[in-house]
Design a protein. Structure first.
Length: 120
């Protein structure tokens, strides 16, 4: 199955395969017409995270291209445009409380990245 062949069943959806992911980095997946940034952090638990790919400050779909790191133990991605950090669990912008991107419930089951229950 290719990344483009998303499978839906009840409230879960296969969005990609493990071999589509890049360790310690992000990829972009199209889910219901929306770009979603999916991050694979093999040394963390859980190993996959997903937030909206749209950077509301830079006004572009770029978060999947950001640099992953942590700020005081909080897993984040730094936008490649203006460098704001977005929490990979909640989608909250660390520097600006009023800014937030969607966060998605994802998990790695076997070789598949599964989206469940849509937004967090």
């Amino acid at each position: 199955m290719s990344t483009a062949e998303n499978i839906q069943s009840n409230e879960t959806q296969v969005i990609c395969q493990r071999n589509d992911l890049i360790a310690n980095s992000g990829i972009c997946a199209l889910i219901d017409g929306q770009q979603v940034a999916v991050f694979y952090l093999p040394e963390e638990e859980p190993q996959v995270y997903a937030i909206g790919n749209w950077d509301p400050l830079g006004k572009a779909n770029v978060l999947s291209r950001g640099i992953v790191g942590d700020i005081q133990g909080q897993l984040v991605v730094a936008s490649p445009l203006y460098k704001q950090h977005f929490d990979l669990v909640t989608g909250q912008c660390v520097e600006q409380d009023e800014i937030k991107v969607p966060a998605y419930n994802v998990e790695l089951i076997g070789e598949q990245v599964i989206l469940a229950n849509r937004n967090r």
